[in-house]
Design a protein around this ligand. Structure first.
Ligand SMILES: CC(=O)SCCNC(=O)CCNC(=O)[C@H](O)C(C)(C)COP(=O)(O)OP(=O)(O)OC[C@H]1O[C@@H](n2cnc3c(N)ncnc32)[C@H](O)[C@@H]1OP(=O)(O)O
Ligand SMILES: CC(=O)C(=O)O
Length: 552
């Protein structure tokens, strides 16, 4: 582990702006209820400050602060922060309704954004450099007098420093002298690199103000820039969970904190909180409805997923050989992937994860070869764990026969004005039905399913045909269906891969099918989905015969 550069600064601040800057992300929109839910999760994570939004800027944010003031979420670890800007040009802070909204929010802390780049003052604010300083001093001292702690975000600080260092420093000095507790240096356009940030923060630290850092990720360096600022003297870090934010986002706060806790050895969150980080990051993603990135450092699904055979063979001896930390420290898990890059070790470890003893070298080698053969045909097992378990059981002869399919047939008929006809209306269905003949628990049936498309009809037919023998299949439902052409350029006779995700309301599983006929590939994935679901359903015994009732 890296050497500790210096002891943790006293009263180091972890400041979350998921609800304010995070919600400036394209496609992310939070209701008041969403914001309250995320507030509770952030408080559980244990960040020091939660910037909840901009009271007075929109009714939702005003309602959120009113709800917080009414005790909608009782904060155990965090302090609520309301965001706003300096008073308007030519006005008194005491007369500015948006400044009053900060106080009325009843948040104990206000964070106000101030211009610190001379060109922005003159071109965007359209005022003089002196008036901007007066706006900062007036707003900070007014809010202090009203009883709020005040942090100042210096917008475009780094770009401003490069064009007019003296003025950028004058802004920091003015804010601090007026009573700002922290002056936060913002890389608003996100164009900085770590050495530049380090140099500018070190130079600015000479002014004596307590400094913070707020970095955007436009160069892909937001977390690195945040750490560079901390190394140079910043003792307040701002960021968002899952890196949400304007354009390419903000510094990802869990990465920042995990780096400082685990690499520098600084205890920043309450004891035990970091172990909840993966769960909380995913819970927040559920609320924002933005799919979490699998490759997100520390908390992503793939952060500790191992695919290469060489990695797996070393990990079998000691997981730390290919992992920078123990995943449990951030509440994540190591996962072994099975693919054409697997060696015996991947297969053995995945097998043991699923409860199979594959320690026999020849057996493991045979299964590895089988996986590679199937992957060469287009199957993918890293994306379809359920199909891998079925393959394994088939190889081990440990797959009970839940049902035997004798035949299936698909019938689909279009009509003018319906789907598939030029000018036809989407949603005006063609007639699609599927007939399946199968035997389950001794009962043979021929059953028809209708659907709004072939896969839906297949699913309906299979479910109807299994219901008598296994009522539990009524709980199975498709949640995702993906088709990918594997050999592009082959036109309509290309090989396709179908991935189907299924749920029984408690868990999700994915199965794969491959073929030149998309319906056949779908059938393979679908029937394996039902097979896997039955295999893991409670109290289902395929050997129990329901009587040799032939219903054909
Ligand atoms: C870098 C950041 O991300 S800071 C956060 C930015 N977030 C947001 O903008 C989201 C919320 N914003 C809003 O809802 C609106 O922009 C409001 C309510 C704040 C202001 O709305 P409006 O009054 O209609 O003004 P509009 O957005 O068009 O322009 C901003 C005004 O604020 C002024 N302004 C910009 N920065 C500052 C500042 N730091 N201090 C004071 N005034 C400022 C601009 O000069 C402009 O003034 P003008 O109305 O005289 O032209
Ligand atoms: C304040 C802020 O969000 C920024 O400068 O990026």
């Amino acid at each position: 582990m890296a050497a500790q550069p210096r002891p943790v600064p006293a009263d180091f601040h972890v400041f979350d702006t998921t609800l304010r800057d995070g919600s400036q992300q394209e496609g992310l929109s939070l209701s008041v209820a969403d914001k309250l839910a995320i507030t509770a999760l952030l408080d559980e994570l244990g960040v020091g400050f939660i910037e909840g939004g901009w009271p007075g800027a929109n009714p939702g944010d005003t309602a959120y602060f009113a709800a917080m003031a009414d005790g909608a979420v009782r904060l155990e670890n965090s302090q609520l922060v309301s965001f706003g800007f300096t008073r308007r040009v030519g006005m008194r802070a005491a007369d500015d309704p948006l400044t009053a909204a900060l106080r009325d929010s009843r948040a104990p802390v206000a964070c106000i954004v101030a211009k610190s780049h001379d060109r922005h003052v003159e071109q965007a604010l359209r005022t003089t450099l002196d008036e901007n300083l007066a706006m900062i001093a007036d707003t900070v001292s007014h809010l202090r007098a009203e009883g709020q702690r005040v942090f100042v975000d210096c917008e475009h600080f780094f770009d401003g420093y490069r064009e007019n260092r003296a003025y950028a420093h004058e802004v920091v000095r003015t804010a601090a002298e007026a009573g700002a507790e922290v002056v936060v240096l913002c890389d608003t356009n996100g164009g900085m690199l770590p050495p530049w940030v380090g140099e500018i923060v070190a130079d600015t630290a000479g002014l004596g103000a307590r400094l913070g850092i707020h970095a955007h990720n436009d160069t892909g360096c937001a977390v690195a820039n945040t750490l560079a600022a901390v190394d140079a003297g910043a003792s307040h870090v701002q960021g968002t969970v899952n890196g949400y934010g304007e354009r390419t986002g903000n510094a990802e706060l869990i990465s920042v904190v995990a780096n400082l806790e685990l690499k520098y050895g600084w205890p920043l969150l309450p004891p035990g909180s970091l172990r909840e980080a993966s769960r909380l990051a995913h819970a927040i993603a559920e609320v924002t409805n933005v799919p979490p990135s699998a490759r997100q450092p520390y908390v992503g699904m793939s952060s500790f997923a191992h695919k290469a055979g060489l990695h797996a063979s070393a990990i079998k001896v000691d997981p730390n050989l290919y992992q920078h930390i123990d995943p449990a420290v951030v509440g994540n898990d190591m996962r072994m992937l099975v693919s054409d890059m697997a060696g015996r070790a991947n297969i053995q470890m995945k097998g043991s994860e699923l409860g199979f003893d594959l320690s026999d070298r020849d057996l493991a080698a045979r299964i590895t070869d089988r996986v590679k053969e199937r992957e060469a045909d287009g199957y993918t097992y890293e994306a379809a764990d359920a199909s891998f378990e079925l393959l394994l059981r088939r190889e081990l002869d440990q797959l009970p026969e839940f049902f035997a399919v004798h035949s299936w047939r698909m019938y689909t008929q279009g009509h003018p004005g319906g789907e598939g006809f030029p000018g036809g209306r989407v949603g005006d269905d063609s007639d699609t039905e599927c007939t399946v003949k199968l035997t389950a628990r001794g009962v043979t049936q021929r059953v028809v399913g209708e659907g709004n498309g072939p896969v839906n009809a297949l699913d309906q037919a299979l479910q109807n045909a299994l219901l008598t023998a296994y009522p539990v299949v009524a709980e199975f439902g498709l949640t995702d269906y993906r088709v990918r052409i594997l050999d592009q350029g082959h036109g309509t006779d290309a090989t396709v891969r179908v991935l189907i995700q299924t749920t029984d309301g408690r868990r999700l599983w994915t199965t794969v099918g491959v073929g030149q006929n998309v319906i056949e590939a779908s059938w393979e994935a679908l029937s394996d989905a039902y097979l896997y679901g039955l295999l893991h359903a409670e109290a289902v015994d395929p050997a129990e015969d329901l009587g040799r009732l032939e219903r054909v």
